[in-house]
Write a protein that binds this ligand. Structure first.
Ligand code: I3P
Length: 123
């Protein structure tokens, strides 16, 4: 993808676990779930699959999350699964995402971090 404010885009299936619901508050639903992720215009949306994403039907009604002031990094401290990266949002929500391999994880992290860096609140 391109860099800068022209906007990073990426979508695909990832396995997701929510760790934190807010700062200091663990997520209630802590199971891993396959979600189709769509990164567009600085937001990350979650869908059941590509078809639902095209139709704009969100996964369990989840509103796309803003990547403004988010933090993405390799989840070195999570050892139960491989190819996992961490995403922390500005409101304290925290997710783990498992990609199918290291290359896919790197691609997602690169695009996520580019979106964070080019976001409206990155200055
Ligand atoms: C969770 C599920 C997750 C597990 C989580 C459990 O239970 O087993 O896989 O996370 O552990 O709470 P449930 O499906 O009943 O919600 P890990 O895979 O990371 O162990 P946790 O509460 O310690 O995060």
């Amino acid at each position: 993808g391109s860099s800068g404010s022209s906007g990073e885009q990426m979508e695909g299936m990832l396995c997701r676990k929510q760790e934190m619901e807010a700062f200091g508050k663990k997520a209630a639903n802590r199971s891993w779930q396959n979600v189709y992720c769509v990164l567009r215009r600085g937001s990350l949306g979650f869908y059941k699959d590509a078809k639902a994403a095209s139709a704009g039907v969100p996964y369990h009604g989840e509103v796309p999350v803003s990547l403004a002031r988010a933090q993405g990094s390799v989840a070195f401290d999570y050892r139960k699964r491989k190819h996992v990266f961490k995403l922390g949002l500005q409101d304290g929500k925290e997710y783990l995402f498992q990609a199918k391999d290291e290359a896919e994880m790197s691609s997602w992290l690169r695009v996520v971090n580019a979106a964070i860096a080019s976001g409206p609140s990155s200055g």
